[in-house]
Design a protein around this ligand. Structure first.
Ligand SMILES: NC(=O)CC[C@H](N)C(=O)O
Length: 204
């Protein structure tokens, strides 16, 4: 049986649990390193990347997650989860000691947090997503975007940013790692989770 862990330190992990259970698979909330054992995949939810970063280090699960990623565990991150999967954050937050936020990394990309600016902190858009025949309803909540990707990163979706008169990347895949700057888990959209399950099963 396929079991997917959902990192449950902070953020909208319940929505991801519901999405996976809707698709008939079992889920495990993950807070401790030992809960990573035996998982077929892991989801890092939306929330606040600085908090997920801090709590994951306090709970001593940050290093085990990095090792699992390096070992090939399929991981999907939405929004703050996308930030946590990025090798580089171009505008990191700093703690009181002046240390920048850290990520688990894994995807060769640079991300910008809260990138869509204040007026449009949160918005919904139907977007084209590579491999899907119908547009996908994407909910952006103080969302990051991907500024640049390395050679081995596949771009799955981009959106037009009117203030820039340009597009920005909002969904990527790199080997077993999938990341979206929007939240399919909150809109009843299940096709991104379906894609993640296919990646886990080696079908995509
Ligand atoms: N909806 C979200 O996950 C927002 C992400 C948040 N702005 C961050 O930096 O982590």
């Amino acid at each position: 049986m396929t079991t997917i862990g959902v990192l449950a330190l902070q953020g909208d992990f319940r929505e991801h649990i519901n999405a996976i259970e809707d698709l008939g698979l079992s889920t495990v909330p993950v807070r401790r390193a030992r809960e990573l054992h035996g998982l077929d995949g892991l989801i890092i939810p939306g929330g606040e990347s600085t908090t997920i970063d801090k709590l994951s280090r306090i709970f001593e699960i940050a290093e085990p997650i990095k090792e699992a990623i390096a070992g090939g565990l399929p991981v999907y991150g939405s929004c703050a989860g996308l930030i946590m999967l990025a090798d580089r954050v171009v505008d990191p937050a700093y703690d009181l000691q002046g240390n920048p936020q850290q990520t688990f990394g894994g995807i060769d990309m640079s991300v910008r947090r809260n990138a869509f600016g204040r007026q449009v902190d949160s918005f919904e858009e139907d977007i084209e997503f590579k491999g899907l025949d119908k547009p996908l309803k994407a909910v952006f909540i103080r969302a990051p975007w991907v500024e640049s990707v390395g050679e081995n990163v596949e771009i799955l979706a981009s959106v037009q940013v009117p203030s820039l008169d340009a597009t920005r990347i909002v969904a990527v895949r790199s080997r077993n790692l999938l990341a979206t700057s929007f939240h399919p888990e909150v809109s009843g959209e299940r096709r991104v989770h379906e894609l993640f399950i296919k990646i886990i099963r080696g079908e995509a």
